[in-house]
Structures are given as C-alpha cells and as structure tokens.
Design a protein around this ligand. Sequence first.
Ligand code: AMP
Length: 416
Amino acid sequence: MAEQIKRPRGTTDWYGKEGVLLEEVKDLFLHEASLYGASYVELPVFEESHLFHRTVGESSDIVRKETFDLVSKGDKDYTLRPEFTAGVNRLIIENKLYASPDLPLRYSYFGPVFRYERPQSGRLRQFYQYGVEFLDNKIDIDTTLDAFLLSIRSTKKALNRDCRAKINYLGSFESRENYKKALRGYFEPIIDTMCDDCKNRLQTNPLRILDCKVPEDQEIAKGAPRVRDYLSEDDRKDFENICRKLDENGIDYEIDDGLVRGLDYYTGLVWEIYDATNPSFPALGGGGKYSSLMRQIGGPDFEGIGFSLGVDRIILCMSQERKDELTQGHSVDVMIIDQKKDGDAARIGEKLRNLDVSVTIASLAKAMGGAFKMADRLGAKYVIISGEDGLQLKDLAQREQKSVTEEELIEFFGSK
Ligand code: AMP
C-alpha cells in the first residue's frame, strides 16, 4: 500500500454536516453585510509579497514569521494572503474604485487566509475570515458605527447569543509616536527579563509588546503607560463621541488599554470581539480604522475601517443546537433506485431537478433494503423505484407506495 497522505498541520477538512455549516455561515455573514450595503469581492489567495510585507509594517509578527511565502518562479515573489485588508485596498487602487462618486465604498469578503503559526485549538495555519472594508476620504462617525455594529451583529447572529467587545483608540500618528517613545522609556530598563520576541518588538514596534501572550510579560505590561494619556484633544473627543454612540445603541463594550492590534496602520477606533459565555476563549474577531494603508501601496489619501471575524473560531463556539438549526433542511428530496440498471434514473432525475427537486441515485450495486436505509440516512422524503413494471413512488413519511407514470411523477413534483 502506498503511504497515506495526510492533511497538512493546522488545516481543516470541511465535509458532511460541517461542510454544509460552513456554506450556511458564509451565506448568513454575507447577508448581514449586504444589509449594510456591502458588495462581495473575491480576491486571489496569493498576492505579490510586497503587498503584505510592506503594508502590515516591518514590525508586525505577520511580516516576520507568519506568512507562507511561495517559492519564486519568475521575477516576482508571491505570498499566500494572511489577511484581506491589504488585498481589498489593492483592488480599489488597481481598479480606481476610489474615483467613484458613491462613497463610502463598502466591500465584504469571505475566504481562507494562511499564517505560518504553531497550530493549537483555535489557532490554525489555514482558516476562514469574513469581514468588510469601508473606505472614504475621511471615515466619519456613521461609517465607524456601521462597521462596528455589523461586526457585532454578525457574530451574534452566527452564535445566536451575545458577544462582548473590547475597544481602544489609537490616535493620530503624532500621538502614536509620542506614545511609542514613552513605551520604550518604560520597557528599556526591564527588557532583559522579557521574552525574545519582546526584545525585538522594543526596537521595531513597542506597541506589540502589549500584545505579548507570555503571562510574565503581560504582568509587566500592566504597568506600562496608557495610550489614552497620549491622545490629542481631537482624538479624545472622537473617542468619547464613539463611546457615547455605542452606549446609545445599547452595545456592551469594555475599554481595554492594552488592546493595540498587530498592524502598524491602525489609527482611531480598534476593537476585538469575544464570546460572552466563554470569555477566556481567544478573540472571535477584530477590527479598526486605518489611515495610511492606501497611500503606502500607491493609492490616494483614503481612510478605511474594517473588521475580520475568525469563522473557524466562531464555529468552534457554536452550540450543537445552533449548528443543527443552521444545517437543517439540507437533506436530499428524492432518491431513485434504478432496478433496471439502464441509466433511466439519471434521465428521470434530470427532469425532477428541472423542477428544483434535489435527487440522488443509489448505487446500482445496492440491494433494495440497503438502498432504503441509505434514503433514510440521507433524509430523503421520497424514493422512486424504476423497475421492469414501471415506476413506483414511495412517500417515506406516510409509508405509502403507488405505481405512477412518468407524467404523473412530473406533475406531482411540479405541483409541490
Ligand atoms: P486578525 O486579522 O489577526 O485581527 O484576526 C482576525 C480574527 O481571525 C481573529 O480575531 C481570530 O478570530 C481569527 N484568527 C486569527 N488568527 C487565527 C488563527 N491562526 N487560527 C484561527 N483563527 C484565527
């Protein structure tokens, strides 16, 4: 026997009911996004490496070790997308969508992303993200709230229960630079006691130290200066205004000073979403406002706001009841047993499919009893037997069977 080939570490096979669930969750999310006027984009799963390596900032962990960089085959280097934001911004620039008079631009996406991480529960190397990006010359308060509210609504709808948001405000570049300086001053004398990643972060982007997952480092970070003390007056007012509006919308949130998000381009509101019933479970999603990304990749001076939800994590948090609810009604309508074994079942199947009835055909090798058990397992409502003496239609729920002509069969399903 040839050696068995296994699925790569940190990836998932979606099949059976879980495959159906993924499809349903995609539909649910994209429907929610469409309620906010977002239109769907489908992007390549790989892009020029430059797009990610430049836009996420020299200092983010994504750049340093987390991308799948493809072996170069021509004069270009390519990388599997580790996120969608940069790709959506690239699409907008390349197609000059920023010139549209219809602002803000609103795009939604759903698909796999790839990060070279150490796999564990809830942390994968290939996982699905759903999200949106809203873009405009300046992101205003309504667009900010819409993006935020959509992220919360989508998570709640998928889980069918409450979620919690942690929010923070990162401010303009000037205030950020001042804040970074203050962080360097705080961490420098104690950096030798911290992990190697933090040592690097001190040089490249001290904000990232606040994201460190090492418990001892998290303790040290608790005493660090707070970004809110380095915000300009305008930033402070903007943040207060956003909080007031969230209160008015009845949103349950908590301000978390340590929430800085990995990427360098965030300015303004940033947030993460957690499962309210399981608060120690890692973040289900995150979002934020950004100001320099478009310019960094050759576009105009546009701002954006967006979020990504981790679809795999959200599905992990779903109750079995919720999963069953989302996947119900996905059984096949009809199974045909082809006793004549002459291919007639496929022909009849096509006629029924034209009436929007889903039809499967039992393997010709199956005995009658086995075929009926299969129909049961697949949740079929009807079995059609195509035999030497014509057609039999069996209603599995009513346990009734009758002889029918092909015309009667078509009429019966056509009238359903
Ligand atoms: P990020 O783009 O890092 O802000 O991630 C957005 C969301 O994607 C997170 O809140 C997680 O729910 C999910 N996510 C991030 N990294 C992973 C991973 N390695 N495996 C599974 N889900 C992830």
